[in-house]
Design a protein around this ligand. Sequence first.
Ligand code: ADP
Ligand code: TRP
Length: 323
Amino acid sequence: MRILSGIQPSGALHIGNYFGMMRPAIELQARGEAFLFIADLHALTTVEDPAELRRNTREVALDFLACGLDPRRACFFRQSDVPQVTELTWILSNVTPMSLLEKCHSYKDKIAKGLAPNHGLFAYPVLMASDILIYQSDIVPVGKDQKQHVEVTRDIAIKFNMKFGGGRGILKVPEADIRDEVAVVPGLDGQKMSKSYNNTIEIFCEENTLRKKVMGIVTDSLPVEAPKDPEKSHLYALYTLFVSRDEARAMAERFRKGGLGYGEVKKALAERMWSYFAPFRAKRAELAKDLAFVEDVLRRGAERAREEAEKTMKAVREAVGLR
Ligand code: ADP
Ligand code: TRP
């Protein structure tokens, strides 16, 4: 089974990224052959400063390795180190109806947020399809917001196979893997946690920052005595990510009973978060001292990825008549 996922180096990774995408992908590395990459070509749609793109790429590599990506098991690489992926993007563009891309929420959201509607932003899902299809992936672990992109990928693969495959599946049709229990991690304000909403808690932020952010989580103004509905509280939802099921249940009980202040929950949450990521922080500090190792992991990953990509491209070039 081949598992593939990517993440854009467009800023420091937050706990939404961690529970929505990184942890599921890292868990899957034990169950199959994982291909995980840093989507630096995709990041060009939003990051305009070259120094920032370089820095972010290095930081994301450190974050991923610190969080448990094992380079002996998984193939970890930079998207742009596999030029075949942009070649496939062009070929797939020719079987991608405009209407398919026009429907994409992510594109519409970005335009609504004020990004200039350029071709890169519009064609983003075709590059993503190419990422997935070039490695013949079976499973794509992503957060819920990427579900539509995986559906677009499936459509493109099916269209390509019908047009050029003559009944053969030249490109494997992948499945998204979305964990329901953490499909959307809420941010400080209760909306989806996202760097574009300014409501994130970074996995590797300073202790003070973490505490301040957690204390700033928006809650309703019910007094301490009042019974509270845990299901309606994003503070509770965040808490459940860091504790056992039993502890979550006990906390839900205390919410319902009344007599629980949000301040107390926030304090407990900040502590649990800090200790949850403690081993990763230690690992990250070690890795940061050996950037040559990190670079080497990415280089070796890219070699492996190019080999796989080239296999698919041979068949694709032949199928469309480029060879
Ligand atoms: P952001 O919204 O901060 O820009 P990205 O769009 O770069 O994050 O997302 C990277 C990965 O993390 C994707 O797989 C996405 O689905 C997942 N992800 C991002 N935010 C969340 C969240 N709040 N809950 C669950 N998964 C998330
Ligand atoms: N679009 C994804 C995101 O913003 C990143 C990504 C690029 C990706 N290519 C991919 C995710 C291929 C999974 C598979 O999060």
